[in-house]
Design a protein around this ligand. Sequence first.
Ligand SMILES: C[S@@+](CC[C@H](N)C(=O)[O-])C[C@H]1O[C@@H](n2cnc3c(N)ncnc32)[C@H](O)[C@@H]1O
Length: 263
Amino acid sequence: MSIWTPPVITAIASSDYPADNTLFSTLTLPLDTASAENRWQLERLSGVLSIQSPEGLTQSVDFVGGKSRHRSREAGHGAAPLKKALGISTFEKRHARKPRIIDATGGWGQDAWLMALMECEVTLIEKNPIVHALLADALARAKLDGQCSDVARRISLHNDDACNLLAQLSADVIYLDPMYPHRARKKADSKKSMQILQSLLGPVDDILSRHLLEAAIKNGATRIVVKRPKGATVLEPMSTFSGQLIDIQSPNTRYDVYLKHTD
Ligand SMILES: C[S@@+](CC[C@H](N)C(=O)[O-])C[C@H]1O[C@@H](n2cnc3c(N)ncnc32)[C@H](O)[C@@H]1O
């Protein structure tokens, strides 16, 4: 069995974007001034911070452009199972406000953006510094966009391990979308965005996800939502969970909702 090592990512410095030098030095990446093929690179392309893999895949996060505009419409339609899993309508009826959500597994921020479109305040946590940098760049650009700035301002982003941060933060709902080990085995079938994520993060196992669920259960939030692929096993907490577990199904995804008893 080969041992996984994180990819070495070269940052491409450009005199057009001097502010990026601070980011690149914080990330302690090797620097170059020109792009090259067949290596990992972090580079600003047409104003957008982007990561490129040696295979030529490019990934950035964009909350302003085409796909995200489509997802804005989804917030009212296709995102209904997510909205139900988060319990937004029920919470709003009871408390006359939207729930505050911690999305503890940031990734490419697509789910967090939907939650912010649903007018929820979202604390977004991402532990991988490169993924975090791409998210931060997308949020900064969205905050400058007339149509997106209100949504972007509902999201506060942290670069940390959520297992630590969940002990300090409070929320009404905690949302977890951990990498699922089976997805890694289907590398050839998986989407470009997921392939890049798998390469940046390395192998995943459910034990780490179970620790994350445990940290969520120890937090004061009464509702925890875990996104799983359809047909995947239910994520077991590390200790006994005495609350109620329900699931919300959508075509490719299942949301397991852990409801804690409140006295
Ligand atoms: C499947 S992706 C999430 C995708 C995301 N829901 C979206 O809509 O784009 C999982 C992400 O969670 C992050 N993650 C996993 N465990 C974490 C932890 N303990 N703390 C913070 N981030 C974590 C990984 O680095 C990865 O970027």
